[in-house]
Design a protein around this ligand. Structure first.
Ligand code: SF4
Length: 413
């Protein structure tokens, strides 16, 4: 969850401070820990529940230190997958001590020139600054770093590696039968864990064959309309939508596409955001009215749910989207299995599409809107970046539909 980062120093744990990012913009983080350090390949996800031992921590409630170790609070327990059995209940403090003692052991071995552990690819690696390094260390044959999504936990990887399934080829050659003990090592044991294993093996086969996506079953009919609208919103840290990206094309002829967004790069309040929503509804309404008056069908494509969930509070927008919007992500993920995930940034490049800006992503766009509002040279550059980024986001959706049509068995026959 995003939030402003509060931290404190070890020599003054009771004094909290708000950290600022580049250009004075408040820093946001996905992590609550104040004790993230270097690569700990087998224990990459430990959340710091006790940065300081109680005997050192002078803050009665742990204020500012991130310390959740107040003796007055009940001690929650967690499931530890590092137990021999794969599952054991441990208190947060026991877990903290275990994990950090392990990290110290790893660091001491490394300092002495040894290597106690090798990196394993887990979901948290996606946010880790060491990812490039760990990928290199693991090597091109490593099973875990060859797979980008649907990743097991570190303990599950360790378990598979101990069974001799450590390379892409090893994993790809595995049958669908679950190794004994796999399910118990999953946070969701049972049917979910079993499906996760089968998809893991299937993705290993895709990685080995160099296949980026494949249909889950029969190749589906790719959605289309006489008038195709691609739609994508951008919002700021206050969840106010400042950019309503709209790209309209006639049928599947991409040369007819017109990008015509509603946008404000000025500071925005609730009233201003509602005004932008009304402008968007008026513009989309004209597209729909003109098309339907000419007897043409209209579909408004979007990738994933925010374009509906975040805009439904505006009745005029909701009314236009109801029955005409189409969640292309849900449709794609339901019909196709990918090797590298189903984010727009992972899927569109499969079909040769590339963003017009570097560092394309929602988190970067939220930083850019603050810069755009601040003005100056950096602000003007941020405005250009945001416009190009959103145009790429809407164009990517059309590129995916077109790419799927080209890749369909019917087109290749
Ligand atoms: S990239 Fe992954 S394995 Fe490497 S240090 Fe980061 S979290 Fe650990």
């Amino acid at each position: 969850m995003l939030g402003t980062l509060q931290d404190s120093l070890l020599d003054g744990p009771a004094r909290s401070r708000a950290l600022a990012g580049p250009h004075g913009i408040p820093l946001r983080t996905r992590f609550s820990t104040s004790a993230e350090t270097g690569p700990y390949p087998d224990q990459p996800t430990a959340r710091c529940q006790r940065p300081l031992r109680p005997s050192i921590c002078q803050s009665p409630a742990g204020e500012g230190s991130g310390c959740g170790a107040s003796p007055l609070l009940p001690t929650p327990t967690t499931r530890s997958a590092s137990a021999e059995s794969g599952r054991a209940k441990r208190s947060l403090l026991e877990r903290y001590d275990h994990e950090f003692a392990f990290r110290v052991t790893v660091a001491e071995a490394a300092k002495a020139g040894g290597e106690l552990v090798r990196p394993l690819h887990v979901s948290e690696c996606g946010w880790c600054v060491w990812q490039e390094y760990c990928t290199q260390i693991a090597g091109p044959d490593d099973a875990s770093f060859a797979i980008r999504t649907g990743l097991p936990t570190a303990q599950q990887w360790r378990y598979l590696y101990d069974l001799g399934k450590s390379t892409v080829a090893d994993l790809a050659a595995s049958g669908d039968e679950l190794p004994t003990g796999w399910s118990a090592r999953d946070t969701q044991p049972g049917a979910m864990a079993e499906e996760k294993y089968r998809l893991l093996v299937r993705r290993a086969r895709m990685a080995q064959a160099g296949v980026a996506f494949e249909p889950r079953g029969e190749w589906p009919q790719v959605p289309s309309a006489d008038v195709e609208v691609d739609f994508d919103i951008e919002w700021d840290f206050e969840n106010l939508i400042y950019l309503w990206g709209l790209r309209v094309r006639q049928g599947q002829d991409d040369t007819t596409a017109v990008f015509d967004p509603i946008v404000s790069y000025d500071p925005l309040d609730t009233e201003g955001a509602a005004h932008l929503a009304e402008e968007f509804a008026a513009r989309l309404g004209r597209v729909i009215t003109d098309a339907e008056a000419a007897g043409k069908s209209v579909t408004v494509f979007h990738w994933s749910y925010p374009e509906r969930s975040m805009t439904s509070k505006y009745p005029s927008v909701d009314e236009l989207l109801e029955g005409r919007s189409f969640d292309l992500h849900a449709w794609f993920a339901g019909h196709f299995l990918t090797r590298d995930g189903t984010s727009l940034k992972a899927v569109a490049p499969i079909f040769g599409f590339h963003w017009a800006v570097d560092d394309a992503g929602g988190a970067e766009s939220q930083i850019k809107i603050d810069l755009a509002r601040a003005g100056g040279d950096e602000g003007r550059a941020a405005v250009q970046w945001l416009a190009a980024y959103n145009e790429s986001d809407v164009s990517a959706q059309a590129a995916i539909r077109d790419g799927l049509r080209r890749a369909s068995p019917a087109a290749r026959a």
